[in-house]
Design a protein. Sequence first.
Length: 286
Amino acid sequence: MTQTLSNSYHALVNRIPKLSREREHELAVRWRDERDLAARDELVGCNLRHVTAVASRFRRQTAVSFDELVAEGNIGLFHAVDKFDPEQGTRFITYAVYWIRAYMSQHLVRSRSLVSTGVQSKLLSKVRRERSKALARGEDAAADSRLAEELALSPERLRSLVERLDVRDVPWDIHSEDSLSSGLSAALGSPSFSAEEKALAAEAESRLSAAVSHAMSTLDVRERYVVQRRLMAHEGEQLSLAEIGRNFSVSRERARQIEMRALRKLKIALQRSAVGAEWLAYSTAA
């Protein structure tokens, strides 16, 4: 989408009238109870301005095109309509912005993690398969050296491929405990959101921040270290499992087990809170 088309789309969706709380509730009830397509389309159409607002903020941080972000955000908006409960007393967009951001974030993760098809994807598959066999036999560094010889790869090239396999995709851009929640208020920082919507977002942000802090408190020292240095580290600064293992004087496989245990504990802790469970829901729904 060119800059001119982008500006035109912005102008178009911003001309769509905003819904009153009463009208919004009526439309949401009609869609929930009667599957009224006209009601759903009006609810979605009147909130498209918020998708472009969030996409504009994402666009400043990535090379992914604006139209791709808007398309993903619109899918998130439709998903939010299906899951929204109008009886909870929350404005629709305060709820929907979670899903708009989730779909955009997932698209960014896919874009960053995408590897070329053909030879490279086959090579990655072979490296993954052979390393799994070696780890099952209790081998580690020696297995990498032997595998590099078998695949006619330099140690540096094999290390690069292993790093690709080590980095785990996460559906949100997690760089700190606070970023899980601060993204919500950042997305709502646009003038297209009303003061009421921003106030509701601040309340939701506070609940999510508390849920994340509690979840992190359930981890032991090593588990917390692994999460902070791998999942919460900025891109390019993540430690590999091998580096984690060296820091703890354990094998790479043992470091992987610590990471998996930490992720399980985080998931269990987050599922105990409504807002944490909602954040987790995207991982399985997307």
